[in-house]
Design a protein around this ligand. Structure first.
Ligand SMILES: Cc1cc2nc3c(=O)[nH]c(=O)nc-3n(C[C@H](O)[C@H](O)[C@H](O)COP(=O)(O)O)c2cc1C
Length: 461
């Protein structure tokens, strides 16, 4: 069998993920794994139609496609997404239709599931036959049990291709609606006072639904508002070089517009609005490139206490996976995500009302420094980073380690909390003596509520 491997690493052959592919090739020498570095070469594939056609021809000649990629900021690298966009833009979806596919990634398991959901959905959109996903930790290959499981994954994939095994579709096709948004008369502008408001978007057409939604939101506010189109900034794709990891100094500092823009405009905002269109199952690859470059702050939350929201055109709520990445990203960044307004539902005047309300609630929340409790996405994500920075990644990510110390993130380790340690050391063994435990169990529900009840009673208006 001939498997084309679409490599999503911007590092090309010098990629952790490709070592996993190399292992598959080693244990299955009877099959050919043909690696194509699509993320590394995306600029050439974009500009050189023959080079792109050659890759597509390889896809046509193959028996199956292995999407092999590293995680880059909650999804796939912007270049990989661009390659995926080119498949539809250049009208070559038929090269993929009906082909068997599988996904193999390496990461530290921070939102690996959302990248796999994304790739699976793309395969469903291309009407491929998606067999399975394998999400390995970047160091798993050192473990014999991982190598065994990886071999099993490879064999299952090959078996499905050889036997033309049945594969289920998981993601229904997105159904964008035909709708032209016509904003009505604007309400009086809300004074923004000393709050800094920044709208970042990638929309070139002011007459599109998104262009008009941005204008409606901006006009609802009275004051200085920064509006930036990221297509007009020079933003290079993240190289994955990790040069930022020691001092948060990106390789591209001074070489493109991103670092200066992010530090002076985005990180100083009180209210941050991102606006974009759905392009396949996520925002545009331009947006993805923007998000990838956020890695120059590595794993440190730098949007703390900001009010953020999304304006979006397209079938956003049909694709919960993207909302999960957006929500998760802002939570672990310490921001208050106010949600999104899209053009999917309702009349123009209903969308006006939603945009007006978003503007008012963003201002009010900024005034009151509103910060909702994080959900599993932010809590769980931060715990992964905390453990990684304290542990195996510290040597490389020294800037994160220093920041985590400064921000008190390591204080959340239970072993660093004196009260909890005392409770576990002295009270836990005592309470778990059989006769005491019996009594304790009978009082448990009441005891859980008692201190909270007391707090409510003693609270003043
Ligand atoms: C810019 C950047 C962003 C990353 N984002 C994530 C992420 O969101 N989640 C995760 O689990 N790992 C993330 N990683 C870790 C990589 O996915 C991991 O190191 C992977 O093995 C790299 O594979 P490669 O060498 O094939 O590119 C990121 C690494 C870099 C450099």
């Amino acid at each position: 069998m001939k498997i084309i491997v679409l490599n999503g690493s911007p590092k090309g052959d010098v990629s952790v993920t490709m070592q996993y592919v190399g292992y598959l090739q080693k244990v299955m020498p009877e099959h050919e794994f043909q690696i194509t570095n699509v993320a590394l070469q995306v600029k050439r594939l974009e500009n050189d139609k023959e080079a792109f056609a050659a890759v597509i021809e390889k896809v046509r000649q193959s028996d199956a496609v292995l999407w092999a990629f590293p995680l880059y900021v909650l999804v796939v690298h912007g270049n990989y997404k661009r390659f995926i966009e080119l498949i539809s833009e250049r009208g070559v979806r038929d090269a993929f239709t009906g082909k068997y596919a599988a996904a193999l990634s390496t990461s530290i398991h921070f939102f690996d599931h959302t990248s796999h959901n994304y790739i699976h959905a793309i395969c469903d959109d291309l009407e491929m036959r998606f067999v399975d996903s394998f999400s390995a930790d970047m160091n798993d290959l050192f473990k014999p049990e991982c190598r065994e499981q990886l071999t099993h994954f490879g064999r299952q994939f090959l078996h499905a291709i050889e036997t033309k095994g049945a594969t289920p579709r998981r993601y229904p096709a997105l159904q964008p609606r035909e709708f032209v948004y016509e904003p009505g008369n604007k309400s009086a502008g809300l004074p923004v006072g000393d709050k800094k408001i920044v709208i970042v978007h990638d929309e070139d057409d002011p007459h599109s639904n998104l262009g008009k939604m941005i204008a409606r939101f901006r006009n609802r506010l009275d004051g200085n508002i920064d509006e930036i189109n990221i297509r007009q900034l020079k933003i290079n794709g993240c190289l994955g070089c990790l040069q930022c990891s020691s001092k948060n100094e990106c390789f591209y500092t001074g070489k493109d517009d991103y670092i200066e823009f992010y530090r002076s405009t985005v990180m100083t905002a009180d209210i941050l609005i991102y606006a974009g269109r759905m392009v396949d199952r996520w925002l545009s690859s331009r947006w993805k490139t923007y998000f990838d470059r956020i890695f120059c702050n590595s794993h440190t939350p730098v949007l703390q206490n900001k009010q953020v929201a999304l304006l979006v055109s397209g079938p956003y709520s049909q694709e919960q996976n993207i909302e999960e990445t957006v929500r998760g990203f802002f939570q672990f960044q310490g921001a208050n995500y106010l949600g999104y307004v899209s053009d999917e539902f309702g009349t123009s005047s209903e969308i006006d009302a939603l945009l007006d309300r978003l503007a008012a609630s963003a201002l009010e929340s900024a005034e009151n420094r509103y910060l909702r409790p994080q959900t599993f996405l932010g809590e769980g994500g931060m715990k992964i980073f905390r453990d990684e920075m304290y542990g195996r990644l510290r040597t490389v990510f020294m800037a994160d380690h220093q920041a985590y110390k400064r921000l008190g993130i390591y204080k959340t380790f239970p072993q660093n909390q004196f009260g909890i340690m005392m409770l576990n050391f002295f009270v836990a063994p005592l309470v778990n003596l059989a006769p005491i435990r019996k009594k304790f169990d009978s009082m448990m529900i009441e005891q859980m509520v008692q201190p909270l009840k007391k707090l409510v009673e003693q609270s003043k208006l």
